[in-house]
Design a protein around this ligand. Sequence first.
Ligand SMILES: Cc1ncc(COP(=O)(O)O)c(C=O)c1O
Length: 413
Amino acid sequence: MKLVARRLDVVEPSPTLAITAKANALKASGVDVIGFGAGEPDFDTPDHIKVAAKKAMDLGKTKYTPVSGTVGLKEAILAKFKKENGLDYEKNQVIVGTGGKQVIYNFFMATLNPGDEVIIPAPYWVSYADIVRLAEGVPVIVSTTPESNFQITPVQLEANITPRTKVFIFNSPSNPTGAAYSKKDVQALCDILVNHDIITLSDDIYEKIIYDGLEFCNPAMISQAMKEKTFIVNGVSKAYSMTGWRIGYGVGNAEIVKNMDTMQGQSTSNASSISQAAAEEALKADQDCVETMRIAFDKRRKLIVDLLNEIPGIQCNLPQGAFYAFPYIDGVYSLPKFQAILNSEANAKSDKKNSSPNKSTVFCDILLNKYNVAAVPGIAFGDDNALRLSYALGEDDIRKGVERIKKMVSDLS
Ligand SMILES: Cc1ncc(COP(=O)(O)O)c(C=O)c1O
């Protein structure tokens, strides 16, 4: 009996979750692993948010809610968009899901037809391309470089638009590069987008983790015309350190929201009632806790980038947002010892009639197995020249982890 559905042929298991699981298993066996792999803040969820969840349980808010979310949370979301982004939406334009990831999944399941193209600037968040494939769409990957600060240019965007383009994914600040677009950069992309029949999916999940006074801007904030063509995804995971609570939300065209509601109603129904009460508190309460975490991330950002740039063969841009560094390690790839390891891996693989190994995967395997540092290979984000290091860990661990990377590079030199 064939157990696997054909639709699984086009997707890979999430590499970030896989690395984290491997690192956790090593840790559990007593190995002192430094984990740069996880895509989540290391802080505890703030107390006032936990109190709201406990109160919801005590008040018996433990039943099904409307599929698209409680009235209270939807009102808090609408108020957030008005206050923080200057955007007005109606209640039938908002949907709450089990994490931003489910909102993105439902968005694509509700909008794509087979063969519809989705423009995805690379390096990209691991799940975009796989979700698009699951929804029978075609990811059109557009590579960017450290020289353009990992931003897609208007020329690149226009060159990749075809009559089959349905969606453009915009993610700022970005996972994995931490790059963030200024208002001027967003405006330049919108000058192209506004003339096409394309929906922009704006993934704003790192909106609140932004540095050096850069003002957050998404395409919907550029003009009314762009607002009508933009679907925004956001959530409480990253800003409030609530990854396990699983609350994300989306706003945009009411018909898309209605179809996403249908998708969700036939799969998971509503997100957890208790988590929704907690998310409502997170959005409505004083935002001091967000600022405290942002300041801590900012310090770690400068520390990790400075330390990485001291290593010969490694070059790292200073990210403008999120909590990831995306150092380029192609200088290490050219070292003869690394080349020798690659060749022996390639020979082992060719015995098994498999393709040659990805350099960033080989690098990260050695880093984890020999130097006990977990990092995610850049190839998982569509760029084999780099690795992604999450700096959501204490400064001592950052120092220790980067020291081990330095040792690995020195051993290869
Ligand atoms: C760019 C981006 N979008 C969306 C998500 C989804 O987050 P969640 O499902 O926890 O809300 C993540 C999480 O890693 C992310 O990095």
